[in-house]
Design a protein around this ligand. Structure first.
Ligand code: ZN
Length: 332
Protein backbone atom coordinates (compact mmCIF):
# COMPACT_ATOMS: atom_id res chain seq x y z
CA UNK A 1 0.00 0.00 0.00
CA UNK A 2 1.26 3.45 -0.94
CA UNK A 3 -0.31 6.59 0.55
CA UNK A 4 -0.18 10.04 -0.99
CA UNK A 5 -1.03 12.75 1.57
CA UNK A 6 -1.51 16.49 1.45
CA UNK A 7 -1.43 19.13 4.20
CA UNK A 8 -2.57 22.72 3.51
CA UNK A 9 -4.44 23.81 6.65
CA UNK A 10 -2.32 26.89 7.40
CA UNK A 11 0.87 28.25 5.81
CA UNK A 12 2.75 25.02 5.04
CA UNK A 13 2.11 23.21 1.77
CA UNK A 14 3.24 19.65 2.22
CA UNK A 15 3.09 16.33 0.35
CA UNK A 16 4.18 12.93 1.64
CA UNK A 17 4.36 9.53 -0.03
CA UNK A 18 4.51 6.79 2.60
CA UNK A 19 4.63 3.00 2.39
CA UNK A 20 2.39 0.82 4.54
CA UNK A 21 5.39 -0.16 6.70
CA UNK A 22 5.68 3.62 7.47
CA UNK A 23 8.76 4.18 5.33
CA UNK A 24 8.74 7.74 4.06
CA UNK A 25 9.56 7.71 0.33
CA UNK A 26 9.21 11.46 -0.04
CA UNK A 27 8.23 14.28 2.30
CA UNK A 28 8.20 17.83 1.03
CA UNK A 29 7.29 20.77 3.26
CA UNK A 30 7.11 24.16 1.61
CA UNK A 31 6.81 26.99 4.17
CA UNK A 32 5.21 30.07 2.69
CA UNK A 33 7.52 33.07 3.09
CA UNK A 34 4.97 35.64 1.97
CA UNK A 35 3.47 36.07 5.47
CA UNK A 36 6.70 37.25 7.11
CA UNK A 37 6.22 40.88 6.13
CA UNK A 38 2.73 40.90 7.68
CA UNK A 39 3.85 39.36 10.98
CA UNK A 40 1.20 36.61 10.72
CA UNK A 41 -0.63 34.38 8.26
CA UNK A 42 -2.88 36.16 5.72
CA UNK A 43 -5.53 33.53 4.81
CA UNK A 44 -6.20 34.68 1.23
CA UNK A 45 -2.48 34.78 0.41
CA UNK A 46 -2.04 31.36 1.99
CA UNK A 47 -4.73 29.77 -0.24
CA UNK A 48 -3.18 31.29 -3.37
CA UNK A 49 0.28 30.13 -2.38
CA UNK A 50 -0.99 26.55 -1.81
CA UNK A 51 -2.63 26.60 -5.24
CA UNK A 52 0.53 27.84 -6.95
CA UNK A 53 2.88 25.27 -5.46
CA UNK A 54 0.83 22.05 -5.09
CA UNK A 55 1.26 20.74 -8.64
CA UNK A 56 4.95 21.52 -8.58
CA UNK A 57 5.68 19.71 -5.31
CA UNK A 58 3.51 16.77 -6.40
CA UNK A 59 5.87 16.24 -9.35
CA UNK A 60 8.85 16.68 -7.03
CA UNK A 61 7.51 14.11 -4.52
CA UNK A 62 6.79 11.56 -7.28
CA UNK A 63 10.27 12.06 -8.73
CA UNK A 64 11.96 11.76 -5.35
CA UNK A 65 10.05 8.61 -4.40
CA UNK A 66 10.33 6.97 -7.81
CA UNK A 67 6.60 6.23 -7.59
CA UNK A 68 4.10 6.78 -10.42
CA UNK A 69 0.78 8.43 -9.62
CA UNK A 70 -1.14 5.33 -10.81
CA UNK A 71 0.76 3.19 -8.27
CA UNK A 72 -0.68 5.14 -5.30
CA UNK A 73 -3.27 3.09 -3.35
CA UNK A 74 -4.85 5.83 -1.19
CA UNK A 75 -5.08 9.61 -1.34
CA UNK A 76 -5.60 11.56 1.90
CA UNK A 77 -5.69 15.23 2.86
CA UNK A 78 -6.25 17.43 5.88
CA UNK A 79 -9.94 18.38 5.92
CA UNK A 80 -9.91 20.50 9.09
CA UNK A 81 -9.51 22.31 11.32
CA UNK A 82 -7.65 25.16 9.67
CA UNK A 83 -8.10 28.04 7.25
CA UNK A 84 -11.01 27.20 4.95
CA UNK A 85 -9.27 28.46 1.77
CA UNK A 86 -6.24 26.25 2.31
CA UNK A 87 -8.39 23.25 3.29
CA UNK A 88 -10.49 23.64 0.13
CA UNK A 89 -7.42 23.92 -2.10
CA UNK A 90 -5.67 20.89 -0.57
CA UNK A 91 -8.71 18.62 -0.30
CA UNK A 92 -10.07 19.46 -3.76
CA UNK A 93 -6.65 18.89 -5.33
CA UNK A 94 -6.31 15.52 -3.58
CA UNK A 95 -9.88 14.47 -4.34
CA UNK A 96 -9.24 15.20 -8.04
CA UNK A 97 -6.17 12.95 -7.96
CA UNK A 98 -8.18 10.22 -6.27
CA UNK A 99 -10.99 10.45 -8.86
CA UNK A 100 -8.53 10.67 -11.77
CA UNK A 101 -6.71 7.56 -10.60
CA UNK A 102 -9.81 5.71 -9.45
CA UNK A 103 -8.49 5.28 -5.90
CA UNK A 104 -10.11 6.09 -2.52
CA UNK A 105 -9.93 9.49 -0.84
CA UNK A 106 -9.55 9.71 2.95
CA UNK A 107 -10.25 12.89 4.93
CA UNK A 108 -7.92 13.43 7.89
CA UNK A 109 -8.42 15.55 11.01
CA UNK A 110 -5.32 17.72 11.45
CA UNK A 111 -5.47 17.63 15.27
CA UNK A 112 -5.79 13.87 15.36
CA UNK A 113 -2.80 13.61 13.01
CA UNK A 114 -0.76 15.75 15.45
CA UNK A 115 -1.86 13.50 18.35
CA UNK A 116 -0.99 10.30 16.48
CA UNK A 117 2.40 11.66 15.34
CA UNK A 118 4.18 10.48 18.50
CA UNK A 119 2.96 6.91 17.84
CA UNK A 120 5.23 6.86 14.80
CA UNK A 121 8.44 6.53 16.82
CA UNK A 122 7.25 5.48 20.32
CA UNK A 123 5.61 2.38 21.79
CA UNK A 124 2.80 4.01 23.70
CA UNK A 125 0.84 2.27 26.45
CA UNK A 126 -2.80 3.28 27.06
CA UNK A 127 -4.23 5.20 28.78
CA UNK A 128 -2.09 8.02 27.52
CA UNK A 129 -2.03 11.82 27.81
CA UNK A 130 -1.21 14.19 24.97
CA UNK A 131 -0.35 17.88 25.19
CA UNK A 132 -0.91 19.50 21.82
CA UNK A 133 0.82 22.87 21.52
CA UNK A 134 0.70 24.69 18.17
CA UNK A 135 0.07 28.13 16.71
CA UNK A 136 -3.66 27.45 16.58
CA UNK A 137 -4.33 25.09 19.50
CA UNK A 138 -3.29 24.38 23.08
CA UNK A 139 -5.10 21.27 24.29
CA UNK A 140 -4.77 18.27 26.58
CA UNK A 141 -6.22 14.95 25.39
CA UNK A 142 -6.85 11.75 27.32
CA UNK A 143 -6.45 8.68 25.11
CA UNK A 144 -8.14 5.55 26.39
CA UNK A 145 -7.20 3.87 23.12
CA UNK A 146 -6.81 4.94 19.48
CA UNK A 147 -10.58 5.24 19.06
CA UNK A 148 -11.37 6.99 22.35
CA UNK A 149 -9.61 10.32 22.32
CA UNK A 150 -11.14 12.85 24.70
CA UNK A 151 -10.39 16.56 24.99
CA UNK A 152 -10.00 17.35 28.70
CA UNK A 153 -8.57 20.86 28.66
CA UNK A 154 -7.72 23.69 26.29
CA UNK A 155 -6.92 27.36 26.03
CA UNK A 156 -9.86 29.67 26.52
CA UNK A 157 -8.22 32.41 24.43
CA UNK A 158 -4.84 32.48 22.59
CA UNK A 159 -3.00 29.32 21.59
CA UNK A 160 0.51 29.01 22.97
CA UNK A 161 2.23 29.41 19.59
CA UNK A 162 0.05 32.45 18.95
CA UNK A 163 1.14 33.97 22.29
CA UNK A 164 4.80 33.44 21.36
CA UNK A 165 4.20 35.12 17.98
CA UNK A 166 2.32 38.05 19.52
CA UNK A 167 4.99 38.66 22.16
CA UNK A 168 7.66 38.51 19.43
CA UNK A 169 5.70 41.10 17.45
CA UNK A 170 5.48 43.43 20.49
CA UNK A 171 9.28 43.16 20.82
CA UNK A 172 9.84 43.82 17.10
CA UNK A 173 11.17 40.30 16.49
CA UNK A 174 10.50 38.58 13.12
CA UNK A 175 7.67 36.10 12.43
CA UNK A 176 7.43 33.23 13.32
CA UNK A 177 8.22 34.38 16.82
CA UNK A 178 8.65 31.11 18.73
CA UNK A 179 12.24 30.39 17.74
CA UNK A 180 13.19 34.08 18.11
CA UNK A 181 11.90 34.28 21.69
CA UNK A 182 13.70 31.04 22.53
CA UNK A 183 16.95 32.37 21.02
CA UNK A 184 16.73 35.72 22.85
CA UNK A 185 15.79 34.03 26.12
CA UNK A 186 19.03 32.04 26.16
CA UNK A 187 20.95 35.17 27.20
CA UNK A 188 18.27 36.73 29.38
CA UNK A 189 17.51 36.62 33.11
CA UNK A 190 14.25 34.68 33.56
CA UNK A 191 13.60 36.31 36.92
CA UNK A 192 13.75 39.91 35.71
CA UNK A 193 10.00 40.34 35.26
CA UNK A 194 7.15 38.73 37.15
CA UNK A 195 4.33 37.84 34.79
CA UNK A 196 0.80 36.58 35.59
CA UNK A 197 -0.08 32.89 35.46
CA UNK A 198 -3.81 32.90 34.63
CA UNK A 199 -5.97 29.90 35.62
CA UNK A 200 -2.99 28.21 37.22
CA UNK A 201 -4.76 27.57 40.54
CA UNK A 202 -8.17 26.90 38.98
CA UNK A 203 -9.69 23.48 39.37
CA UNK A 204 -9.71 22.60 35.66
CA UNK A 205 -7.27 21.71 32.89
CA UNK A 206 -7.76 24.88 30.83
CA UNK A 207 -5.20 27.50 29.87
CA UNK A 208 -5.27 31.23 29.22
CA UNK A 209 -2.41 33.07 27.54
CA UNK A 210 -4.01 36.31 26.42
CA UNK A 211 -3.42 38.15 29.73
CA UNK A 212 0.20 37.11 29.69
CA UNK A 213 0.67 38.72 26.29
CA UNK A 214 -1.11 41.90 27.50
CA UNK A 215 1.21 42.02 30.50
CA UNK A 216 4.28 41.85 28.25
CA UNK A 217 2.78 44.66 26.18
CA UNK A 218 2.28 46.88 29.25
CA UNK A 219 5.81 46.22 30.50
CA UNK A 220 7.20 46.94 27.01
CA UNK A 221 5.45 50.34 27.03
CA UNK A 222 7.13 51.26 30.31
CA UNK A 223 10.63 50.24 29.15
CA UNK A 224 13.07 51.01 26.39
CA UNK A 225 12.98 48.07 24.00
CA UNK A 226 16.69 47.43 23.57
CA UNK A 227 18.57 44.11 23.26
CA UNK A 228 19.01 43.83 27.02
CA UNK A 229 15.26 44.27 27.63
CA UNK A 230 14.29 41.86 24.81
CA UNK A 231 16.51 39.10 26.22
CA UNK A 232 15.19 39.52 29.77
CA UNK A 233 11.49 39.75 28.90
CA UNK A 234 11.81 36.79 26.49
CA UNK A 235 13.38 34.69 29.24
CA UNK A 236 10.73 35.78 31.78
CA UNK A 237 7.90 35.05 29.33
CA UNK A 238 9.27 31.62 28.50
CA UNK A 239 9.75 30.77 32.18
CA UNK A 240 6.16 31.82 32.91
CA UNK A 241 4.87 29.58 30.10
CA UNK A 242 7.00 26.70 31.39
CA UNK A 243 5.60 27.17 34.92
CA UNK A 244 2.01 27.23 33.65
CA UNK A 245 2.47 23.99 31.67
CA UNK A 246 4.30 22.42 34.62
CA UNK A 247 1.48 23.21 37.10
CA UNK A 248 -1.31 22.23 34.74
CA UNK A 249 0.22 18.88 33.84
CA UNK A 250 0.96 18.15 37.48
CA UNK A 251 -2.68 18.91 38.25
CA UNK A 252 -3.88 16.54 35.51
CA UNK A 253 -1.62 13.78 36.82
CA UNK A 254 -2.80 14.31 40.37
CA UNK A 255 -6.49 14.36 39.45
CA UNK A 256 -6.63 11.60 36.83
CA UNK A 257 -3.96 9.28 38.07
CA UNK A 258 -4.12 10.02 41.80
CA UNK A 259 -0.33 10.24 41.48
CA UNK A 260 -0.13 6.56 40.47
CA UNK A 261 2.02 7.20 37.44
CA UNK A 262 3.25 3.70 36.67
CA UNK A 263 3.51 3.29 32.86
CA UNK A 264 2.22 6.83 32.32
CA UNK A 265 3.63 8.59 29.31
CA UNK A 266 2.72 12.04 28.07
CA UNK A 267 3.31 12.99 24.46
CA UNK A 268 4.00 16.59 23.55
CA UNK A 269 3.13 17.31 19.93
CA UNK A 270 2.87 20.30 17.58
CA UNK A 271 5.28 23.06 16.56
CA UNK A 272 5.81 24.51 20.06
CA UNK A 273 7.08 21.07 21.17
CA UNK A 274 10.30 22.04 19.37
CA UNK A 275 11.11 24.51 22.18
CA UNK A 276 14.11 23.17 24.11
CA UNK A 277 13.42 25.25 27.23
CA UNK A 278 9.93 23.73 27.53
CA UNK A 279 11.41 20.28 27.00
CA UNK A 280 13.62 20.96 30.04
CA UNK A 281 10.52 21.88 32.07
CA UNK A 282 8.91 18.57 31.04
CA UNK A 283 12.08 16.78 31.97
CA UNK A 284 11.76 18.24 35.48
CA UNK A 285 8.27 16.74 35.79
CA UNK A 286 9.67 13.46 34.50
CA UNK A 287 12.25 13.36 37.27
CA UNK A 288 9.79 14.24 40.02
CA UNK A 289 6.75 12.21 38.97
CA UNK A 290 8.11 9.01 37.39
CA UNK A 291 6.55 9.83 34.02
CA UNK A 292 7.94 9.48 30.55
CA UNK A 293 7.60 12.36 28.09
CA UNK A 294 7.66 11.37 24.43
CA UNK A 295 7.85 13.42 21.24
CA UNK A 296 7.18 12.80 17.56
CA UNK A 297 10.13 12.78 15.15
CA UNK A 298 11.36 16.30 14.40
CA UNK A 299 9.89 16.33 10.88
CA UNK A 300 6.40 15.65 12.31
CA UNK A 301 6.33 18.51 14.83
CA UNK A 302 5.51 21.56 12.70
CA UNK A 303 2.65 21.24 10.23
CA UNK A 304 3.56 18.50 7.80
CA UNK A 305 2.01 15.81 5.60
CA UNK A 306 4.02 12.89 7.02
CA UNK A 307 1.69 12.96 10.06
CA UNK A 308 -1.32 12.98 7.69
CA UNK A 309 0.05 9.92 5.86
CA UNK A 310 0.86 8.21 9.17
CA UNK A 311 -2.66 8.86 10.56
CA UNK A 312 -4.05 7.38 7.32
CA UNK A 313 -1.99 4.20 7.72
CA UNK A 314 -2.32 3.84 11.50
CA UNK A 315 -6.06 4.38 11.77
CA UNK A 316 -7.99 5.51 8.73
CA UNK A 317 -7.02 3.43 5.71
CA UNK A 318 -10.60 2.05 5.45
CA UNK A 319 -12.44 5.31 6.12
CA UNK A 320 -12.98 6.40 2.52
CA UNK A 321 -15.19 9.43 2.07
CA UNK A 322 -14.97 11.42 -1.13
CA UNK A 323 -17.95 13.55 -0.08
CA UNK A 324 -16.40 14.77 3.17
CA UNK A 325 -16.53 18.55 3.23
CA UNK A 326 -13.57 20.47 4.68
CA UNK A 327 -14.51 22.01 8.01
CA UNK A 328 -12.43 24.87 9.48
CA UNK A 329 -13.75 24.05 12.98
CA UNK A 330 -13.48 20.26 12.81
CA UNK A 331 -13.02 18.67 16.24
CA UNK A 332 -12.15 15.18 17.42
ZN1 ZN B 1 -0.89 21.98 13.21
Amino acid sequence: MLVFSVETSCDETSICIMKEDKTILSHIVYSQEIHKKYGGVVPELASRAHLEILQHITKEALKESGVKLNEISLFSATCGPGLIGGLLVGSTFTKSLSIGNNKPFIPINHLEAHILSSFYNNDIIFPHLCLLITGGHTQIYFLENLDKIKLIGETIDDALGEAFDKVAKILGLPYPGGQEIEKQALEGDENSFKLPQPLIREDNFNFSFSGLKTSVNLIAKENIIDNYFIKNISASFQKCVGDILFFKLKNVIKKLYKSNTKNLSISVVGGVANNDYLKKCFHNIERKENIKFVYPPKQMMNDNSAMIAWATILKHSKNHNLNFRPNPRLTI
